[in-house]
Design a protein around this ligand. Structure first.
Ligand code: PGA
Length: 261
């Protein structure tokens, strides 16, 4: 096996996003089923779960499997009824946090400016931010994708230092591909990940552009994972629907590990 492939295998992040699914009991059952299926994996599998399941997941998964939340507030404490602070997530056992997911932007009106505050707070806690960015269908159709991604990246990462970038991951998730069963093609993903790296290079430097993991998300399934994992510039997946079943999630993990890249 060549060094590039070995490097990719080590670095390939397969991240589950359960969204608003699974009670604590259901999470426990899932973990029991998943554990033996991923026992031989070399690359990390990460799991982003509802707040209520963080503690149980942390207790049940081996320490090598990072457990994460799907959101957090930007403040460290205070009168924000119903919100959860990063330090609370950390204490509950979270290692990372999804920030800026398109469902948060769409249904809860989160702006890039607000997401930026959360990114800075997460880094301070510290929790690794997995920052989600992506364009809508109309933006893709009218060739505004690069402009949209540039605005999201420059605003969401404002004030983040080069050193802090080592603890941050990016997920490129075209909105039109999320939950639709229509994953983006490998060609489109390759091109867009290269655009993201070019933006990061302008914002930071070449090394950061190359080393920041850029994951793809949007209808990743057992039938699309192999080709997408083999795509240049793809360092992992953020998997929604297909992560809810341990068998299909493990299959995606296995396919990505055996990709011919
Ligand atoms: P999907 O969701 O895999 O169901 O498209 C991905 C995501 O929203 O992170």
């Amino acid at each position: 096996m060549d060094t590039a492939k070995k490097e990719k295998e080590k670095r390939f992040f397969v991240v589950a996003n359960w969204k608003m699914n699974k009670t604590i009991r259901e999470a426990e059952k899932y973990i029991e089923e998943l554990k033996p299926l991923i026992a031989d994996r070399k690359a990390p599998v990460w799991i982003a779960v509802p707040y209520t399941a963080i503690h149980a997941c942390r207790e049940m998964f081996p320490a090598s499997i990072p457990v994460g939340a799907q959101n957090m507030n930007d403040a460290s404490s205070g009168a924000f009824t119903g919100e959860v602070a990063g330090i609370m997530l950390k204490e509950a056992g979270a290692d990372f946090v999804l920030l800026g997911h398109s469902e948060r932007r769409q249904y809860f009106h989160e702006t890039d400016e607000f997401i930026n505050k959360k990114v800075l707070r997460a880094l301070e806690v510290p929790l690794k931010p997995l920052l989600c960015i992506g364009e809508g269908f109309d933006e893709r159709e009218t060739k505004k994708t690069k402009e949209v991604l540039e605005k999201q990246l420059t605003t969401c990462l404002k004030g983040v230092s080069k050193d802090e970038m080592k603890n941050l991951l990016i997920a490129y998730e075209p909105i039109w591909a999320i939950g639709t069963g229509k994953a983006a093609t490998p060609e489109l993903v390759k091109e867009t990940h290269a655009d993201i790296r070019a933006i990061l290079e302008t914002m930071f430097d070449k090394e950061i552009a190359q080393k920041t993991p850029i994951l793809y998300g949007g209808s990743v399934s057992a039938s699309t994972a192999g080709a997408l994992a083999a795509t240049e510039g793809v360092d992992g997946f953020l998997v929604g629907t297909a992560s809810l079943d341990p068998q299909s999630f493990a299959k995606i993990a296995a396919l990505s590990e055996n990709s011919p890249a």
